[in-house]
Design a protein around this ligand. Structure first.
Ligand SMILES: [Zn+2]
Length: 124
């Protein structure tokens, strides 16, 4: 994963630098004020970048959950721990990003509790 791709996915300015002892730190800066949003370090540049993107994604999944007040963005049912997933509004395959503006929480695809409407209409 290149930095520009990671930047496009997360919506943050990202920098990867060597921090000694064969380690690299990947840092995501907020585009608005340049503050550090997240930092992850690893043995390789790629690993540090992958960890950073994964952490940014999780953080934005939580933001999306809060933004929808813990309810499914499609059927409005209350979401239960472990029974919901994050849906990309614009699919990843169509260039959708991991930014909170492109994420929404929906019922899990689990047949017992899932939002069948969601599965049929949006294919997960
Ligand atoms: Zn639902």
């Amino acid at each position: 994963m290149t930095i520009s791709r990671a930047e496009r996915l997360t919506g943050y300015n990202i920098e990867v630098v060597g921090i000694g002892s064969g380690c690299y730190a990947a840092t995501a800066y907020s585009g608005l004020d340049g503050e550090v949003f997240l930092r992850r370090s690893a043995r390789t540049k790629k690993q540090a970048l992958d960890l950073l993107v994964a952490a940014a994604y999780r953080s934005h999944c939580d933001l999306a959950f809060k933004k929808h007040k813990g309810r499914c963005a499609i059927c409005s049912r209350e979401l239960r721990t472990g029974r919901w997933e994050t849906d990309h509004i614009v699919k990843r395959s169509q260039g959708g990003t991991h930014h909170v503006s492109n994420l929404r929480p929906v019922c899990s695809g689990d047949a017992r509790s899932g939002c069948g409407f969601h599965r049929r209409r949006h294919g997960g």
